[in-house]
Design a protein around this ligand. Structure first.
Ligand code: MG
Ligand code: ZN
Length: 180
């Protein structure tokens, strides 16, 4: 199986996908960080396909509970545990009711990632969002995916992030025997 397309962009939600967290709570400090069991496998899969792997995460807690610097320390601790680091992390630090354009399902964070990508690559052909917040919930990852025209990989109790990403990537992969 191989990748036979222009580079993709893969956006990972963070909480509940790469680190353990229940919806509606916050990771407030590096001491709270615990990588999910398949976070490394998921990032390795993504980074094997494209250099354009990002974290996009609503972190309204950065508004009230912790600082931007703490957010960086949480990131550092997560990448230390996983042993891999995506290209960049993009966060919305604004309150839920701020009406900002970046909080998912707003599309501003994707635009930031696309701007980074276009420094080295003209235009990716296909985009994927890996997230655990499905449907019409506040901050929905699936609504974010729909808003930016990306395919959505749903992480839930029965499907870890590596499995979810693999399943959504599979139709885009070709086996060597299929030729060009
Ligand atoms: Mg989440
Ligand atoms: Zn925002």
């Amino acid at each position: 199986m191989g990748w036979d397309h222009d580079p993709a962009i893969i956006y990972f939600d963070r909480d509940g996908v790469l680190n353990e967290m229940e919806l509606g709570t916050y990771v407030n400090s590096p001491e709270d960080v615990k990588a999910t069991p398949k976070a490394g496998e998921a990032l390795r899969l993504a980074m094997g396909i494209t250099p354009f792997v990002f974290v996009v995460s609503n972190q309204a807690g950065a508004h009230t509970h912790f600082s931007a610097q703490t957010l960086e320390q949480i990131d550092d601790e997560l990448w230390r545990q996983i042993g891999l680091q995506p290209l960049a992390s993009v966060y919305c630090p604004h309150a839920k009711d701020s009406g900002c354009v970046c909080r998912k399902p707003g599309t501003r964070m994707a635009e930031v990632c696309r701007d980074i990508t276009e420094i080295v690559w003209r235009k990716p052909t296909v985009e994927f969002v890996v997230g655990d917040n499905l449907g019409r919930r506040e901050g929905s990852d699936s609504a974010f995916a729909a808003a930016i025209g990306a395919h959505f990989a749903w992480v839930h109790a029965e499907t870890d992030p590596a499995r979810a990403l693999f399943d959504v990537l599979r139709p885009f992969m070709v086996s060597a025997s299929q030729g060009s």
